[in-house]
Unconditional design. Structure first.
Length: 112
C-alpha cells in the first residue's frame, strides 16, 4: 500500500479530485500555502494499492498542468539591493501549476 501526497496549484484542485473520485479513489484535501509567489495550493493525500499507483499518478499529472503567469517585482529586490527603489515594478514570467508528488510506503491504515 502507498500514500500519494501531491501538492497542486489551487486552480487544479477541483478537476484533479473529481477525476480521482470518479476512478474510485478517496482523497483527503489540505489547504496549503507556499512557493515563490506565496499562492494558495492544495495538498491531496490518496492511499492506493501498489498496483494502482501508476493509474493515480497519471490522473494527477493529467489534471495539474503547468502554466505561465506574469508577476511584478521591485527592481531593488531583483538586483539584491537592500533599499527600496522608487522605480516601477518589473514584470517577470513565472511558471505556475504542475505538481510535486511524494509516494510513501504505508505500513498500516485504519478506518473507524
Amino acid at each position: 500500500m502507498k500514500m500519494i501526497m501531491a501538492i497542486l496549484h489551487k486552480d487544479d484542485e477541483l478537476e484533479t479530485i473529481e477525476e480521482l473520485n470518479i476512478a474510485g479513489y478517496m482523497v483527503t484535501k489540505l489547504a496549503t500555502t507556499g512557493g515563490f509567489l506565496k499562492k494558495k495550493s492544495t495538498t491531496i493525500m490518496v492511499v492506493v494499492d501498489d498496483e494502482k499507483v501508476a493509474e493515480a499518478l497519471k490522473i494527477i499529472k493529467k489534471n495539474s498542468g503547468e502554466r505561465k503567469t506574469i508577476t511584478y517585482a521591485n527592481p531593488a529586490l531583483i538586483s539584491g539591493q537592500s533599499s527600496m527603489s522608487a522605480a516601477p515594478s518589473v514584470p517577470i514570467n513565472v511558471q505556475v501549476g504542475g505538481s510535486t508528488i511524494f509516494v510513501l510506503n504505508v505500513e498500516q491504515m485504519e478506518k473507524y
